[in-house]
Design a protein around this ligand. Sequence first.
Ligand SMILES: Nc1ncnc2c1ncn2[C@@H]1O[C@H](COP(=O)(O)OP(=O)(O)O)[C@@H](O)[C@H]1O
Ligand SMILES: [Mg+2]
Length: 255
Amino acid sequence: MIVAKGVGKSFGGERILSGVDLTFHEGEVVGIVGPGGVGKSLLMKILCGLVEPDEGEVTVFGRSWADLSVTERAKLRERFGMLFQNYALFDFMTVGENVAFPLVQRGDMSAQDVQERVVERLTQVELSGVNHLYSRELSGGMKKRVALARATIGEAPIIIYDDPTAGLDPVTSSKIFNLISDLQRPDSLSLITSHDIERMMPVCQRYIMLYQGGVYFRGTAQEAKQSQDPVLRVFFGGDAVDVGRRTMAGAEGIS
Ligand SMILES: Nc1ncnc2c1ncn2[C@@H]1O[C@H](COP(=O)(O)OP(=O)(O)O)[C@@H](O)[C@H]1O
Ligand SMILES: [Mg+2]
């Protein structure tokens, strides 16, 4: 579904990513992990065509972002559902309007069908009856669930969850990952970035770990834990150790 070849990106002379080769298939749930600031969010934006890489290319359903016109890009982006780390809900819209937004924008459903789908999806994320509220009236966990409903309502074949549990307590985080799992459809591809390996485990089949400017590891959590590499063992096993440029322990400094 998505192929990245030799992807690289720098900002202000600092090389964040280089030589990133990745292939993602239908039906997969893949965890994109690594310490804060390593480039997880950036990679997600490159994959869905929101940021252009300096090097390499990304193809989605066989089409390279670089070859597409603005209109074609917008069309291809409709095949993505996105929950971005700082992609806040629209504060001038109600919960119902926020969740309906991707469907309304696509413009191929009647208002009544949209409403039915919104009610159904809000029930799925355990938020029935809050359609009329505004985001300022919601708790952090509720906002994430609304964002989850909005990211998945279009039943896009590719869903990107960029740090869906950032800033949430462990219990709420577990609930969010459970919901992601419930909302996963057999034929879709989901990419989840997070540092919360423990709670991602029940959801993700395999992982891509970014570290030191590129893909440091790809494989299952089991493979990472059994590895002799201390960095992997720390990251996947949960021991708190400073592994160099960026500390991998604790929530602070990891986003
Ligand atoms: N638009 C941008 N302009 C400048 N620097 C950026 C931009 N986007 C990302 N970066 C930098 O790239 C690095 C990776 O950021 P990010 O992808 O947000 O990391 P992560 O999601 O892994 O925490 C950071 O150093 C960040 O400052
Ligand atoms: Mg991020």
